[in-house]
Structure formats: structure tokens, C-alpha cells
Design a protein around this ligand. Structure first.
Ligand code: HPA
Ligand code: ZN
Length: 323
């Protein structure tokens, strides 16, 4: 059987703030004089029993308050990339949540500079290529997203795409139509979370109104056979996150996860870790979990890995090298 940790792959759905392990969170809290509600590694980890997306987001936003300056974002990203290399990752499209930092007084330049410095170093040091995708928080006003996008100035050239995340239900994609129009006009890649907790309508809206290139999660498409047919026909990539779905109770347990069924239906799925520090593992761990719980075959693993490269924002030349 193949070693799923060394199988070369790409990660397309990874929130860099979701890679903040308790040890680094406490170290940065001490350095920056930030008080966390949970003062030890054990106490922090005990909080990782989530009811749903919203209960996770509360802890996620609270813990990331320890990130204050560019060096913190660089340390966070560098630590993730070292782990990513050990999980077989060769390319990653990294998400970040600028509004969660700007709203605390951290300049967006500091966030981007920190993350980019580590991404650039990883190219030479670890052989991992990357792009950077700026996500907007859908539970904040679209006007705020638009204002942030327009205020980027020089920083615009340092990001490769935009995404949409945070609390999904009640915050449909169409609210962000103008933001996506501007981003596409600026030549940025466009993706959005849709069909994680909300239903197939959100997936359809992300495709029709935001004209996204990939759908993040998307698993609720299974409720709607006509939508599945369309996603197959249009070969829309779905960035599925098995451990996340179980931890956020979107799916009962890993043995019930539909990702292999989705593959058999002809959907263009990849396997990703979402917020690995919170959900019990990194991308190789997700692959291994699928083997243990669902009997993922070598052939299925290779298809998933190949899909991750094909659906990534790596250059065509890089994709060829990774196939
Ligand atoms: N869903 C929505 N927003 C998020 C997630 C997620 O899984 N992780 C970080 N922000
Ligand atoms: Zn996500």
C-alpha cells in the first residue's frame, strides 16, 4: 500500500490561522502580552469539542488575537509549511482572514508580509510552491469587504485570489457580487465557501453570481442530483475537508463521510485540512483517516492527489512537474 504521507499532493483549502497550534498560541500570547481565556496547552485543547461551525469560529477568532505583527504571521506560516512538507505537500493555496486582524488594529501589510515571507522561503527551502488567497468574512458587511479590497494599493499585487468564509447560513454568496466583480476585473482567482452548513442553493449562487473557479466544501450539493450533474459536467473543483466536517458535525463520523462517493459520482473533489490545528490533523492525516475509516484505495488516493494538483492555482509548468 502507498504511503499516504509521501504521496505528492496540493492543498487548496487551508486557513493559515487554523494552523495555530496551542503551543505557538501560548508562546505568542506571552511575547505580545495578550491574555487568552485558556491559559495552558491542555486547557486550550480541551476547548476543541465543537457543536457546529459557529462554536468553532468563536474559539478560532479568540485564539488568533495573539497574532500581532509580521513576525508572528511568518512564524505561524513557517511552522505550517514544515508540517505540510512532512505530509507530502508540494503546493498550497493559502487562505487568510484579513478582517479578523485589521479589526484588531493589525495592518493588512503586516499580515501579508509575514505570510508571504514564509511562503517565499518555503519555495527554496522545502520545495513547496504557493499562492495567497484573501478571504472575506461573510458575516460582516459586504461594504467592508469592498472597502478593504479597494484600500489594498500595492498589497493587491501580493495576493493571488479572494475567497469567502466564516458563518455561512444567512449570509448568501450573492451579497458579495460586487466584491467578486472587482476581484475578477483585477485578475484575481475567485473561490468561495458554499454548501458546508448551508444547502445547494448557496453552491448554485456561488457559481452563477460570484462565478467562482472552485467551491470550498460543497458537500451539500449531494442533496440535489441536478446540481451534482452540473458540477460533474462543468468539472467544478470541490475542496472537501473530511476531518473538519466531522469535527463541526456536518457529517456524523468519518465512516459516513461522502467524499469517496463523490469521487465515484465523477465530482472533481480533493481532500484538504481546513483548520488542521483544531480539527485533528493535517492533509496526510485526512488521507490516512479515509483509509482507516473508509478503505480508501491507492487508486482513489492517487486520483485525489492528482485532482488537488489539477485544481490548484499553481502555474501550468508547476502542475506538469507535479503530475
Ligand atoms: N468554514 C467557514 N469559515 C471558516 C472555516 C470553515 O470551515 N474555517 C475558518 N473559517
Ligand atoms: Zn474553510
Amino acid at each position: 500500500m502507498k504511503d499516504l504521507y509521501t504521496l505528492p499532493k496540493a492543498e487548496l483549502h487551508l486557513h493559515i490561522e487554523g494552523t495555530l497550534e496551542p503551543e505557538l498560541a501560548l508562546e505568542l500570547a506571552a511575547k505580545n502580552g495578550v491574555e487568552l481565556p485558556h491559559g495552558s496547552v491542555e486547557e486550550l485543547r480541551r476547548q476543541y469539542d465543537f457543536e457546529d461551525l459557529s462554536s468553532f469560529l468563536d474559539l478560532y477568532y479568540a485564539t488568533m488575537s495573539v497574532l500581532r505583527e509580521a513576525a508572528d504571521f511568518e512564524a505561524l506560516t513557517a511552522a505550517y509549511l514544515r508540517r505540510a512538507a512532512a505530509q507530502g505537500l508540494r503546493h498550497v493555496d493559502v487562505f487568510f482572514d484579513p478582517q479578523a486582524h485589521v479589526s484588531r488594529g493589525v495592518p493588512v501589510e503586516a499580515v501579508i508580509t509575514g505570510i508571504r515571507t514564509a511562503l517565499d522561503a518555503a519555495r527554496a527551502e522545502l520545495g513547496i510552491t504557493s499562492t495567497l488567497v484573501m478571504c472575506f468574512l461573510r458575516d460582516r458587511p459586504a461594504a467592508e469587504a469592498l472597502a478593504l479590497l479597494e484600500s489594498l494599493g500595492d498589497q493587491l499585487g501580493r495576493i493571488d485570489g479572494i475567497g469567502l468564509d466564516s458563518a455561512e447560513v444567512g449570509h448568501p454568496p450573492a451579497l458579495f457580487a460586487e466584491v467578486y466583480d472587482r476581484a475578477r476585473a483585477a485578475g484575481l482567482h475567485v473561490v468561495a465557501h458554499a454548501g458546508e452548513e448551508a444547502g445547494p442553493d448557496y453552491v448554485r449562487e456561488a457559481l452563477d453570481v460570484l462565478r467562482v473557479e472552485r467551491v470550498d466544501h460543497g458537500i451539500q450539493c449531494l442533496q440535489d442530483p441536478a446540481l451534482v450533474e452540473r458540477l460533474v459536467a462543468e468539472r467544478v473543483p470541490l475542496t472537501v475537508c473530511p476531518f473538519s466536517n466531522v469535527r463541526l458535525r456536518v457529517v456524523g463520523e468519518l465512516a459516513d463521510h461522502p467524499v469517496l462517493r463523490m469521487l465515484e459520482l465523477g465530482l472533481f473533489v480533493s481532500v484538504n485540512s481546513d483548520d488542521p490545528a483544531y480539527f485533528g490533523g493535517y492533509v496526510g492525516d485526512n488521507f490516512q483517516g479515509l483509509r482507516d475509516a473508509l478503505g480508501l484505495t491507492d487508486e482513489q488516493a492517487e486520483t485525489l492527489a492528482r485532482n488537488s494538483v489539477d485544481a490548484s492555482f499553481a502555474t501550468e509548468e508547476r502542475k506538469r512537474a507535479l503530475r
